[in-house]
Write a protein that binds this ligand. Structure first.
Ligand code: NDP
Length: 477
């Protein structure tokens, strides 16, 4: 990656640290080495309850028309018992297991065996073999970027089936939603457990492993940085993008098909959810090479948080608006629909432009124009595990001069737009879960990232926060 973390070879030897320096930088850079009580408590809570939270949301739609309150009321008043709810829950079926196995196998096939051809004919698209960022141990991994192609092939086949072949009903995902939830959990736990075992016995890069000595923390936050099988099968890139994000748009399409089947029409709110989230997903794959520079790939280790999260949390909870609209087919008045569309498009613009500005700045090492001017920045340095000193730059121009995470602000505005599609008076909390969750996720991510950046850049980071004092909302936070 050209200018991301620029290494100046001439100065490298001069700055090579002692064993102690090395240990210090190793202790500080990346995810935690030591686990505080709050982190441990949060992790235990999530490990124990996250699968039930997902189940609760999906079950409440299946049995209570998406009301999150009614199941609790029923339980507290003794109207129903847990066993009644559980007995009404669809179980794992051979059909769901078959669908899920085929689905994951097909995505593995597209990822591993079909090298990218999109970059050969799509102007501006960066695909094929690309380099990731420098890891804490100083390694640079290569990735086969072919997610856009996988997304296109999958969706072409989906539409070909829906309109021409009729091998299966387009409502297949909705119709098997709870049995598929069990399959997704099996994969999520299997892959997280495999990643844990692998990190002990055959890690891809032993120097990039982190052991805290706390089993639960290590299981959740991961030990290996970039686990791989063979040269190309990268766990992080595959699990986040393929079973998770390719599925996102298919799930929404399945919900739209279900609305058509149940009500004879697809509402404008469902179309809005499909379009706005479709733009977000397509953007992700169009910029998959850029994704190599995001926190997930550059800083997070691969554990349950990413493995289970990508298999279960993301496909099930990011698609709640579409699920809600199957049970409550909201038809928005034209003014509301246009207002939400405009909010969604503005948010997307803010999200994309902010990310683009940083990417352009880092790719060109600051030799670019941001809003027509040469960007301003703060020079900073950091050290990798082997004691090599690297140089980097933190931009203070464009949206990055407004707030330190304005890309998150765009993301949050977009999340609000998705939720508002379900508005027809305030009937249920469920469709708003996404904006609440994203606010918690991105605020926590913001704090986590800043903590890490401070550990990495030290006083240079302080100079940056003095120059750009707000995190998400200029003048407020
Ligand atoms: P960023 O893309 O904001 O990356 C943060 C990193 O960028 C920092 O660690 C630092 O890395 C570098 N950086 C920070 N400030 C500057 C600056 N001023 N100039 C140059 N580089 C800087 O964060 P994420 O990876 O978390 O997010 C990427 C996108 O993905 C966001 O738009 C976010 O909204 C979205 N996202 C969506 C999620 C979802 O579930 N829908 C979940 C997570 C993210 P370095 O060490 O290289 O300096």
């Amino acid at each position: 990656m050209a200018a991301h973390q620029e290494k100046k070879p001439s100065e490298e030897r001069k700055h090579r640290g002692t064993q102690n320096d090395t240990r210090t930088s190793q202790v500080q850079w990346g995810r935690a080495w030591e686990v505080d009580w709050f982190s441990l408590a949060s992790i235990l809570f999530l490990l124990m309850f996250a699968p039930f939270i997902v189940y609760y949301f999906i079950m409440s739609c299946d049995q209570y028309q998406c009301s999150l309150i009614d199941p609790l009321t029923d339980l507290f008043t003794g109207n129903r018992h847990l066993s009644d709810i559980w007995n009404k829950t669809p179980t794992l079926t051979y059909r769901a297991a078959g669908i899920y196995t085929l689905w994951v196998a097909f995505q593995v096939f597209l990822y591993v065996f079909i090298p990218d051809f999109c970059h050969k004919f799509l102007p501006g698209y960066v695909g094929g073999v690309q380099e990731g960022a420098v890891t804490p141990a100083g390694a640079v991994n290569k990735y086969e970027i072919n997610g856009l192609q996988a997304w296109i092939i999958t969706h072409v086949l989906w539409f070909a089936n829906a309109y021409y072949f009729h091998w299966f009903s387009p409502t297949i995902i909705f119709d098997n939603w709870i049995p598929l939830l069990w399959c997704a959990n099996v994969l999520g736990y299997a892959v997280s457990t495999f990643a844990m075992i692998k990190s002990y016995f055959f890690p891809t890069n032993a120097e990039d492993c982190k052991f805290t000595g706390n089993f639960f923390y290590d299981y959740m936050m991961g030990i290996e940085f970039n686990p791989r099988i063979g040269k190309w099968f990268d766990f992080k890139l595959f699990f986040n993008g393929r079973p998770g994000i390719v599925a996102w748009t298919l799930i929404n399409l399945s919900y739209a098909a279900k609305q058509q089947e149940l009500y004879g029409q697809v509402t404008n709110s469902m179309i809005l959810v499909n379009v706005l989230q479709g733009i977000y997903v397509l953007d992700f794959f169009w910029n998959e090479a850029w994704y190599l520079k995001t926190i997930d790939i550059c800083h997070d280790h691969f554990g349950w948080y990413l493995g289970w999260g990508d298999c279960v949390w993301l496909p099930y909870l990011y698609t709640l608006q579409g699920l809600y609209l199957v049970y409550h087919p909201v038809q928005l008045c034209t003014a509301n629909a246009i207002g939400i569309l405009v909010l969604g498009l503005i948010s997307y613009y803010v999200f994309r432009m902010t990310n683009h500005q940083k990417d352009l700045f880092r790719r060109t090492n600051g030799n670019c124009k941001i809003w027509g001017k040469k960007p301003e920045y703060i020079e900073c340095s950091y050290m990798s595990v082997d004691g090599t000193k690297y140089y980097s730059k933190l931009m203070t121009s464009g949206f990055w001069g407004w707030a330190r995470h304005f890309n998150y602000t765009g993301d949050l505005m977009g999340s609000l737009a998705y939720c508002l599609t379900c508005t027809c008076g305030f009937q249920h909390i469920l469709p708003y879960f996404y904006i609440v969750y994203m606010t918690i996720l991105l605020t926590h991510r913001c704090i986590r990232d800043e903590h890490r950046c401070f550990s990495k850049y030290g006083k240079d980071w302080k100079r940056y926060t003095a120059a750009v004092p707000y995190r998400l909302i200029p003048g407020i936070f």
